[in-house]
Each structure stands twice: as structure tokens, then as C-alpha cells.
Design a binder for this molecule. Structure first.
Ligand code: AMP
Ligand code: MN
Ligand code: MN
Ligand code: MN
Length: 301
């Protein structure tokens, strides 16, 4: 007879979420709360992918062990490519690798300077105390534009986050500071050096022309990139379909992630992702995770 520790069950594809944030970057849940919520939502394999930092992984890992779900160590690296900011997710990374950690530390230094510069630029628009306000909301972790957006909402300058970006923080707006993030090659190299797989995050968000997308994917492949996020919580269903075709056409593995930032944020919730379309090869296909997990009592929630 099997007991609950030896029964193994295949994981339904919606049981994977390869892109989430905690309050160690611009999410609002602690790593433990995030894992708890993912567990309740039926996620069985969860990647924590905070922006430019891996500080939350240890806490998430502990929570995941307690709940019997699999935590994948991840990170979402900010990249400047042709004057545009792109995000490259690294999955299944070894956190100890110095090349990755030194690279991320450099990005956090730029991020700190940028936060102060955003504060100075907003002051010129008669918005006082934005840097201090954003830093307070960040609670000692990296300061993201998301924290500036929350400050602008809290202080009544705008009605919602979207408006904060549209009016102040998006490219070309008064509080925007052009990125000097990692190059595409550096980001992929750091991930690969840490034994991980590099994934182009939410490709539909960059609004690239067909030619530029081809160029990006070519360069990404040449420097060791493995996958693209076919399913993203921030994609439309059409975009999911389109990038499923792109992944197949260009022979990339496919990833799926909610880009969850917390219960207040729009986009999609944890554990609510559509399955990867037929013919896509999941980025997790060679990971040692299949049939290794205890069955979940509440996996059908
Ligand atoms: P940063 O890395 O500090 O430049 O901040 C980028 C983060 O801001 C993204 O990861 C999103 O979480 C958030 N963000 C970007 N654009 C928008 C938007 N239009 N509305 C709401 N949040 C956004
Ligand atoms: Mn974010
Ligand atoms: Mn992103
Ligand atoms: Mn993200």
C-alpha cells in the first residue's frame, strides 16, 4: 500500500508558475506568504524571480519544504538592449555563484542611484519627498518604480499605479531615468554561469517589430538563452498564442509565469495560468521534478 509520502502524481501544467515576486523586490507578500498562497492555489512548482536580487529564496525554500511544493531559485534581471529595458528571467540558478551575485550587486548599485535621480527629477515637478517615500515603501530592499508609483498614489498625485507610470515613470515621462542595466549577453552569461536557464520574460510587453524580435532572439540564442515566456500573466490570450508559435519556430523552450506581485495587483493570480499550447517544450522538461512531489490535498482549488 502506498502512503502519502510515496504516492507520486504528474503535475498538471497549470501547477507551474515560473515568474513571481515577493517584497524582497516590488511584490507585496513576504516569500513565505507567497509560497503559502501558491500552495493554496494549487501551484506545485514555483519560481521566485525577484528583480535583480535573490535574497528571498532561502525563506521561500523553507516555506516550500514545509508545504511539500517545489521552489525553483530564480531572478528577473534588468537588461538594456538597444536603449530599451528588457527582462531576462533566470531559472534553477545556483545562488552561490559569484559571477551572478556580483552582476546583480552592480545592478542594485545603479538602481539605488536611479532611485535618487528619480526623486530629484520629480522634485523639479514639485513633488517633494518621492525618494524618501519610495525608500520607506521598499522597506530596505531594492527600490523599484513600483514603489514610486505607490508613493504617488498614496500622496494623491495620481489615482492609480497605471496613471503613475503613464504620467511620471514610463519612458519619456518626467520621472523616467534611462536604464544602464546589464547587457543581454551579461545577463544570460550570469545565469548560465550559475547553472540556470535564461528566459525572455513577457516578450509581448516590448512591442518589438518582427525584425527587432528576430534580432533579439538571434542574439539571445547566440549568447546561450534557452527559453521564452510563452504564457505570461501580463499577456493577452492572443499574445500567448503568438509567442507559442514564435517559440516553436525559433526552437526555444517555453516558460509560463504569472508575474505575480501581490493580491492587490491586476494581471493574473497564482495558479491561474493556461496550459502551455501543444507542441511547446516546457523549460522544466529536463528538471528533476516530475513525479517527485507529494500529492496535494487541495490541488484542485
Ligand atoms: P523598475 O525595474 O524599477 O524599472 O520597475 C519595473 C516594474 O514596474 C515592473 O516590474 C512592473 O512591476 C512595474 N511596471 C512597469 N510598468 C508598469 C505599468 N505601466 N503599470 C504598473 N506597473 C508597471
Ligand atoms: Mn515588478
Ligand atoms: Mn518584468
Ligand atoms: Mn516580473
Amino acid at each position: 500500500m502506498s502512503n502519502s509520502n510515496s504516492i507520486t502524481v504528474p503535475i498538471p501544467s497549470h501547477g507551474y508558475d515560473m515568474h513571481t515576486h515577493s517584497l524582497r523586490s516590488d511584490g507585496t507578500l513576504t516569500p513565505s506568504e507567497l509560497v503559502q498562497r501558491a500552495h493554496v492555489a494549487g501551484v506545485r512548482v514555483l519560481a521566485l524571480t525577484d528583480h535583480d536580487v535573490t535574497d528571498g529564496i532561502a525563506e521561500a525554500q523553507d516555506a516550500a519544504c514545509r508545504l511539500g511544493i517545489r521552489l525553483i531559485a530564480g531572478v528577473e534581471i534588468s537588461v538594456t538592449w538597444q536603449s530599451q529595458t528588457l527582462h531576462i528571467v533566470g531559472l534553477n540558478i545556483n545562488l552561490e555563484r559569484p559571477e551572478l551575485q556580483q552582476g546583480l550587486a552592480r545592478l542594485r548599485e545603479f538602481r539605488q542611484w536611479r532611485a535618487e535621480e528619480i526623486g530629484r527629477r520629480l522634485r523639479k515637478k514639485r513633488i517633494e519627498g518621492a525618494y524618501e517615500g519610495a525608500a520607506r515603501l521598499a522597506q530596505g530592499t531594492i527600490i523599484s518604480r513600483t514603489h514610486f508609483a505607490r508613493f504617488l498614489v498614496d500622496q494623491g498625485y495620481v489615482r492609480g499605479s497605471q496613471q503613475a507610470f503613464k504620467q511620471f515613470l514610463a519612458r519619456g515621462k518626467p520621472g523616467h531615468v534611462p536604464g544602464r542595466w546589464a547587457t543581454l549577453e551579461e545577463a544570460v552569461q550570469w545565469i548560465v554561469s550559475a547553472g540556470g536557464q535564461a528566459v525572455v520574460a513577457h516578450p509581448a510587453r516590448y512591442k518589438l517589430s518582427v525584425g527587432k524580435l528576430r534580432q533579439l532572439l538571434g542574439e539571445f540564442r547566440d549568447c546561450g538563452g534557452a527559453a521564452i515566456e510563452v504564457i505570461s500573466g501580463s499577456h493577452t490570450p492572443d499574445a500567448n498564442r503568438h509567442f507559442s508559435d514564435v517559440a516553436k519556430e525559433h526552437d526555444f523552450l517555453a516558460s509560463a509565469g504569472s508575474d505575480y506581485h501581490g493580491p492587490e495587483k491586476t494581471w493574473t493570480d497564482l495558479g491561474r495560468l493556461p496550459a502551455l499550447p501543444d507542441g511547446c517544450i516546457p523549460v522544466w522538461q529536463d528538471w528533476d521534478i516530475k513525479n517527485t512531489l507529494k500529492p496535494q490535498i487541495n490541488a484542485d482549488i
